[in-house]
Design a protein around this ligand. Structure first.
Ligand SMILES: [Zn+2]
Length: 313
């Protein structure tokens, strides 16, 4: 009899052990699903972790859409040169200079004043007075619309006092900076009595990466540039005229065919920039876009093969 009982007692003990193990397994599973994870040791992490490849080790060139409210100011840093396009309104000159200094820019090889509207050249006299400047590129507008504004006069005075001369932008001119970067003037193709359509439009290239920067260029001028047959395709497009529906026509957007777009506009600006139609055009085209009124300063960095975007906010 006792021979039969022993195995029965053993079975009970076995059942208890199995139950305890099952309960433990259920508890562990529950704890895991409730996020009570076991904390790994340093050695485990060290053994299992490898450094991910960065997009690139050093950004050789960058394009900064500086947040100066309603207006434009863009810094291009190449391996060896600095270019400033526009300088915002009159009260923004000091902000632009302090931004340049924060980026270790103490001299500007080129200043490009896209067109003489105050939201582009207002701060320019201050910048020219404060910085070492190499060359200035600015369009000559028809006499009938030559501005009489203080901002314009101050800019011309600052240029003269520095002993500088203005170079005319000519569509097709290529400025090879001999550090792997270059910019090409796309427009103006010819002077226009519409001020915005005198904007300097240029394509900046570093390696395989390119940017089209447009000032306040409107659709008429976009079409004129397209008619020249110039290669306007680019990875990044700075939208014309702060995202206004006067600019970024379908043909232009399709031909530039950017992956990224930047809109330089002021928070709650009275013009309603960027306009809804333009934003929906970007969305339809699958373009990733950034706005200075929401993101602050936007920085596109590149090693010549890839782009990474950083925003202030
Ligand atoms: Zn403007």
């Amino acid at each position: 009899m006792s021979r039969y009982r022993r195995p029965q007692r053993l079975n009970w003990g076995f059942a208890v052990v199995v139950s305890v193990l099952l309960a433990a397994a259920i508890l562990i599973t529950l704890a895991d699903s409730m996020d009570f994870k076991f904390i790994p040791t340093w050695d485990e992490i060290f053994a299992e972790t490898e450094l991910a490849d960065p997009v690139f080790t050093s950004a050789d060139a960058s394009v900064h859409i500086i947040d100066i409210g309603q207006g434009d100011s863009i810094l291009i840093k190449t391996p060896e040169h600095n270019i400033l396009i526009d300088a915002g309104e009159r009260d923004k000159g000091a902000e632009v200079v302090s931004y340049l200094q924060s980026q270790d820019v103490m001299a500007l090889d080129y200043i490009i004043a896209t067109h003489p509207h105050a939201d582009h050249i207002g701060g320019m006299s201050y910048v020219i007075e404060q910085m070492d400047v190499g060359s200035i590129i600015a369009p000559k507008v028809p006499d009938s619309i030559t501005p009489t504004s203080k901002a314009y006069k101050n800019m011309l005075t600052a240029i003269q006092q520095k002993g500088l001369k203005i170079k005319l932008p000519k569509a097709g001119d290529v400025y090879n900076l001999e550090d792997g970067s270059q910019f090409t003037i796309l427009g103006p193709v010819e002077p226009s009595t519409e001020m915005n359509n005198n904007s300097v439009v240029l394509k900046f290239e570093y390696g395989d990466i390119s940017f089209v920067l447009t000032g306040d260029c409107e659709k008429d001028m976009e079409n004129e540039i397209l008619e020249t047959g110039a290669d306007v395709s680019a990875d990044v497009l700075k939208l014309g005229h702060h995202g206004s529906n006067t600019s970024t026509g379908k043909a232009w957007l399709t031909t530039v065919s950017p992956s990224y777009a930047a809109i330089s506009c002021g928070k709650d600006n009275s013009y309603g920039h960027p306009h809804k139609e333009v934003v929906s055009r970007l969305k339809e085209a699958g373009v990733t876009y950034y706005r200075t009124d929401l993101a602050g300063t936007i920085i596109f960095e590149t090693d010549g093969t890839a782009i990474q975007v950083k925003t202030e906010k």
